[in-house]
Design a binder for this molecule. Structure first.
Ligand SMILES: NC(=O)c1ccc[n+]([C@@H]2O[C@H](COP(=O)([O-])OP(=O)(O)OC[C@H]3O[C@@H](n4cnc5c(N)ncnc54)[C@H](OP(=O)(O)O)[C@@H]3O)[C@@H](O)[C@H]2O)c1
Length: 311
């Protein structure tokens, strides 16, 4: 690591960016939060730092923050904390600051951006996080840690652990573990998200209701069948023989939750569906695999977004 440079830059000050910047700052105290605009940087200055709400306790965490456009120091470790559809543009905006050996950690849903970034950079430098931790913003820069799940870190096509990377992250505090086959984990999460997210938005229901509403459940079964068949036909996808069980267990464990996609639709925000069912359809079509059900879901979802004025 270059002496005098911050240990970590966190790009994007949404729920996950604020959570990770706060936790890394508590761990190493040498973290910078990178904001999209000058207006956000001024608002952040007025607020005097991040607020981290955990177990009903609110802590003020004075993580330094700058607008991307005013950052000039070299970046040796970058956590990209945007939504999937914004990740490439966000990374491009700081590319000139990355040192040749900089580590890049991606925490997006899906697999498309992780693959694109691993292909664009030396893949040994690109790390992927898969987390079932939950966080949401009560107000700008005030993050609520909503639930502790599992967090896994690994590289596509590289099995080895990097102890120095784990040491520089709050591995104990956030329960981060190395996964020597992170791609498999990302695939399983992608498959479950393709089954759950769009359907919950189309039925405007909690996750668990996909199991209890007869019409939604019938659609879920057909959709999961098609996702499993597509995965079986893709040469680089893992076999997930028990996809129905996997989806059922996610739905049961998160029965009362509203999916991130439904939350985005309700707030009229752009969703990550293009990186979930959209990406699965891209892969299926590239391999001449039938993806009719997923296409129908995408069409209905697109109509829902159009009706709500969402891009
Ligand atoms: N939240 C969770 O509980 C959770 C759990 C597991 C996984 N994830 C995944 O983590 C990722 C982030 O989710 P999130 O909930 O943190 O999303 P979010 O709250 O929407 O935050 C995304 C942030 O990225 C910022 N951003 C977008 N483009 C940028 C750019 N070019 N430069 C700098 N900042 C930029 C956005 O800024 P603006 O506000 O200016 O648009 C926003 O603050 C998603 O892929 C999500 O699926 C989230």
């Amino acid at each position: 690591m270059t002496p005098g440079t911050p240990d970590w830059y966190v790009l994007g000050a949404g729920a996950m960016g604020c959570l990770w910047a706060a936790r890394i700052h508590q761990h190493s105290a040498n973290t910078i939060l990178l904001l999209r605009t000058d207006v956000q940087a001024r608002a952040y200055e007025t607020q005097g730092g991040l607020q981290l709400e955990s177990h009903d306790t609110v802590s003020q965490i004075p993580v330094p923050a700058f607008a991307v456009s005013t950052c000039t120091t070299p970046i040796t470790q970058l956590l990209v904390a945007t939504k999937a559809q914004d990740a490439i543009a966000a990374l491009d905006s700081v590319k000139h600051l990355l040192t040749p050996d900089a580590r890049i950690v991606m925490l997006q849903n899906g697999l498309k951006v992780q693959r694109a970034v691993s292909a664009a950079f030396d893949s040994s430098r690109v790390w992927c996080l898969s987390t079932s931790d939950g966080a949401w913003l009560r107000s700008p820069f005030h993050v609520v840690e909503a639930g502790r799940g599992e967090t896994w870190l690994g590289r596509l096509h590289h099995a080895q652990v990097d102890a120095t990377l784990l040491q520089s992250l709050p591995a104990a505090a956030m329960g981060i573990r190395h996964d020597d086959n992170i791609e498999n984990r990302l695939w399983r999460k992608l498959a479950a998200n393709c089954a759950i997210n769009a359907l919950t938005a189309l039925h405007d229901c909690r996750n668990g209701e996909l199991l209890t509403r007869p019409e939604a459940h019938a659609e879920l079964l057909v959709l999961v069948d098609e996702i499993a068949t597509i995965l079986n036909g893709l040469p680089d996808a893992p076999r997930i023989p028990n996809l129905h069980e996997l989806v059922n267990s996610v739905l049961t464990a998160t029965a009362l939750n509203y999916s991130s996609t439904l939350q985005d639709v309700r707030r009229s925000r752009t969703t990550e569906i293009a990186h979930l069912n959209g990406y699965l359809c891209e892969l299926a079509q590239a391999h001449d695999l039938d993806c009719t059900i997923n296409q129908q879901i995408l069409e209905r979802f697109s109509a829902l977004c159009k009706a709500r004025g969402i891009d």
